[in-house]
Write a protein of this length. Structure first.
Length: 88
């Protein structure tokens, strides 16, 4: 800890150095998350499931929805999916 610095002459309190090492807590948190996920957790399967959900979300769009989707893709808000249009 830095040596005590007297408060500034204008009467405002001085800042105090307060270092905290969260390394041990972060390691413990990661271990608890992995334990909660269990040994059968497959991150690649989770990613495939998310991709399938996005494909379903953007499927069967009507003309107005497709136009809005294309506008959002053109603006860089959404990634392009499939062959240039939302999945049918």
């Amino acid at each position: 800890m830095a040596p005590h610095t007297p408060p500034p002459s204008d009467g405002t309190p001085a800042l105090v150095d307060f270092p905290v090492d969260l390394t041990a807590q972060e390691v413990r948190r990661q271990a608890q998350v992995l334990a909660a996920l269990g040994p059968d957790w497959d991150p690649m399967e989770v990613m495939r499931g998310e991709e399938a959900a996005y494909d379903l979300l953007y499927s069967g769009l009507d003309e107005e929805q497709q136009r809005l989707y294309d506008d959002l893709v053109a603006a860089g808000v959404l990634p392009r999916r499939g062959g240039g249009h939302a999945a049918a």
